[in-house]
Design a binder for this molecule. Structure first.
Ligand SMILES: *Cc1c(COP(=O)(O)O)cnc(C)c1O
Length: 387
């Protein structure tokens, strides 16, 4: 594991621009916190890999996307909305927020929409953090939790997961100081697929000091089948300083649409609206909300396909003698030896997985795809590991 505390002002790839270049001349005027940011590396697009390696069939299992595609009901609703795109969207997203509120028996004032929950993670940082403040999160976890804070000049304190990638919530509490404003906790955790239980979260929330906002990122909530699953809305309903983050990118199959939301006490949500762009969620996305939420069939099929896909990997990887981490998400970590080299070798065979997570050099993260895609991935992995 790396050092659990990292400086917020690490020089980035732009540390050495060519002398006299525009980058070199402008550099003194860029905020020092921004210079410390390392660019996000997304899962590689299929077209890239097709072109570089001349493989015809590319299987992308790098971004935890839904192999069943988007909710058909949502696609239909979006189709109907297209002819109205000459108009600006409803800046307050009344109808979409209403549908989400109804779903959870909350009010629209409990709901904030974002251009993906990524945007909301950044909005939380913008609303709360001054330079020098602290944010506490687990490590390894989702990289976005440090992106927003670093822009604001805050320090990100990372508390290592324990054996088997289980959460150390006591350790998180121990690292909270008077400078701590936000705690980000992700369950199921990306990239490990591990969870903490609702009782663990409840005991955490009871002990977290006043003035600290706890953000529960539940991007993979719908995939969970472990007992005592996290229900962070119970904390919201109890008036705690808690935000529940959810997204349409995973189970609902709408990653390309960019649509996520936060649920929280209206007294907390109102401050996030202050930093929200007036039209941050496009009209097509707003049109999809009600239909996507109502598409129980699509959700049920997606969950079942994912359950079978996980089993397919468990038995496939066991046959290959590859250690893996049992997951509550739609992705899993496989311990392949050298993660980077394995991912590169798979890519040459047209299978895109993810490697290079800090602290996880020996692993690749594989998203659960369709049965055929998983088969191709396992067969390619068998070839790569044989060499
Ligand atoms: C995929 C993911 C999200 C969702 O991001 P969007 O911006 O809504 O697409 C949020 N949190 C985690 C941990 C994720 O893996």
């Amino acid at each position: 594991m790396e050092d659990s505390v990292r400086s917020s002002a690490v020089p980035s790839v732009f540390a050495q621009p060519a002398p006299g270049s525009v980058a070199d001349r402008i550099r003194p005027f860029v905020r020092k916190y921004v210079l410390g940011i390392r660019p996000y590396v997304p899962g590689r697009p299929e077209e890239d890999v097709r072109r570089e390696f001349g493989v015809r069939d590319v299987v992308k299992l790098a971004s935890n996307e839904n192999p069943l595609g988007p909710s058909p009901l949502a696609v239909e609703a979006m189709g109907r909305a297209l002819s109205g795109l000459n108009r600006y969207p409803d800046g307050a997203a009344q109808s979409a927020r209403g549908s989400i509120a109804d779903r959870y028996r909350l009010t629209p004032e409990h709901v904030l929409l974002g251009n993906g929950s990524d945007e909301i993670i950044k909005m939380i940082a913008e609303a709360f953090l001054e330079a020098g403040d602290q944010v506490v999160t687990a490590f390894p976890s989702f990289s976005q939790y440090s992106f927003g804070p670093r822009i604001m000049g805050a320090e990100v304190v990372e508390v290592p997961l324990k054996g088997g990638f289980s959460f150390d919530l006591d350790g998180v509490l121990d690292r909270i100081t008077p400078r701590t404003k936000i705690v980000y906790l992700c369950s199921p955790n990306n990239p490990t697929g591990t969870v903490f239980s609702h009782s663990e979260a409840a005991s955490f929330i009871e002990r977290v000091p006043e003035g600290v906002v706890t953000v529960f990122d539940e991007a993979y909530l719908e995939y969970v089948d472990a007992p005592d699953p996290l229900d962070s809305l119970a904390f919201v309903r109890a008036g705690k300083a808690v935000l529940s983050l959810r997204t349409f990118s995973k189970m609902y199959g709408l990653a390309g649409l960019r649509l996520g939301y936060a649920l929280g006490d209206p007294g907390l949500i109102r401050y996030l609206h202050l930093v929200r762009e007036p039209f941050n969620v496009n009209a097509t996305a707003q049109a999809a909300v009600s239909a996507a939420l109502s598409d129980r069939g699509h959700v049920a099929r997606s969950r079942e396909a994912n359950r079978l896909g996980r089993e397919q990997y468990y038995s496939g990887l066991a046959r290959l003698g590859v250690e893996f981490v049992r997951t509550q998400g739609n992705f899993l970590l496989a311990r392949v030896g050298n993660g980077r080299e394995t991912a590169d070798a798979l890519e040459r065979r047209g299978v895109i997985v993810r490697a290079g997570f800090p602290g996880l050099d020996e692993y690749v993260r594989i998203s659960v795809g369709s049965e055929e895609e998983n088969e191709v991935c396992l067969a390619s992995l068998a070839e790569v590991l044989r060499r």
